[in-house]
Design a protein around this ligand. Structure first.
Ligand code: ATP
Length: 303
């Protein structure tokens, strides 16, 4: 994309550690206001890619333009325009959530009102007077995102912000990330949760062994698989031979618990099942990004 509104342009970046090619020829661009996910299993090269874009690491070769500028070596003109999520260890000791934010705000010359607004945005207003070490993991992640946003940057970088959170805390954080995007921010984040990226991201780059294997909106990647929909029923609800000849059914198989019918035309199949009154325990599963990963690499996705 040579779009003039590209917030980030990455061209053929490479980084090796000894013999290990951590990033092996990665190129992509991110548009302003986009929610862009860099996905992949452990060691895929996500963090290294992110750090090169942020200007924290120098690539061995290749080019990065961040808001039209070169981020490396440290580019002071860019710092007010980018927000990088801090690891929890980067908080100031013994300060409350509000004081942490006010301190970061002061460092950037931003007024305290903005700090309070950020506490609201990340849903921590009630914890304003709680010391950072007393916050839960999810609350601490939200505080670190608020700190990264306090100077109102254009681009927010987050490295696995939902790692190690329980499912409810993850979902709460998704709401925060959506609210940030609604404010027009560009978000670039890494995750190894493919389900989450499918829900949140406008586009995803799927990485493995230092390379980008696919880059597109999640729905396009999934559609591109042309994978069948799997409709499952409780075993015993319907005979397998009857299932195979239902309208729309391509095939059927059984295991101990369920009967699964594969179809590329779910609508007539679901109508046929409804007509027979055999919807007990019905589950419909369409392809996911995990299926995309399997198709790209030939192996199951293991975060
Ligand atoms: N400073 C370093 N020195 C040596 N090897 C490194 C260094 N940083 C990363 N690596 C290696 O480079 C590869 C890519 O690491 P990177 O952290 O970018 O992957 P990742 O996709 O972010 O993984 P994770 O999900 O586990 O954080 C890994 O094999 C890692 O062990």
């Amino acid at each position: 994309m040579t779009d003039t509104t590209a917030a980030i342009e990455v061209e053929d970046i490479r980084k090796s550690y000894g013999d290990l090619r951590a990033v092996d020829g990665v190129s992509f661009s991110v548009a302003e206001g986009e929610f862009f996910g860099i996905l992949g299993p452990n060691g895929a090269g996500k963090t290294t890619t992110l750090e090169i874009i942020e200007g924290l690491r120098e690539p061995d070769s290749g080019h990065v333009r961040l808001l039209g500028e070169n981020p490396f070596p440290r580019n002071p003109g860019l710092l007010p325009r980018i927000g990088v999520q801090l690891q929890a260890s980067a908080f100031f000791e013994k300060l409350t959530a509000r004081e942490q934010l006010e301190t970061f705000a002061a460092l950037y010359g931003v007024d305290g009102e903005r700090a309070r607004e950020m506490l609201d945005l990340v849903g921590l207003a009630e914890k304003a007077d709680t010391r950072e070490e007393k916050l839960s993991g999810g609350q601490r992640q939200r505080l670190s995102i608020a700190c990264a946003l306090v100077h109102d940057p254009d681009i927010l970088f987050l490295d696995e912000p939902t790692a190690a959170l329980d499912p409810q805390a993850r979902r709460n954080l998704w709401d925060v990330l959506r609210a940030i995007q609604e404010r027009g921010k560009t978000i670039v984040y890494t995750t190894h949760y493919l389900d989450e990226a499918e829900i949140l991201c406008d586009r995803v780059a799927i990485m493995d062994h230092g390379r980008v294997l696919a880059l597109d909106p999640p729905a396009s990647l999934i559609r591109g698989l042309d994978a069948p929909t799997r409709v499952s029923l409780e075993r015993g609800t319907l005979g397998i031979d009857d299932a195979r000849v239902l309208a729309g059914a391509d095939d059927a198989h059984e295991d101990e618990q369920s009967l699964t019918i594969t179809t590329r035309t779910p609508a007539p199949l679901l109508s046929a099942l409804a007509e027979r009154g055999t919807l007990d325990g019905l589950q419909v599963r369409t392809a996911t990004l995990e299926d995309v990963f399997l198709s790209l690499t030939g192996r199951e996705y293991r975060a």
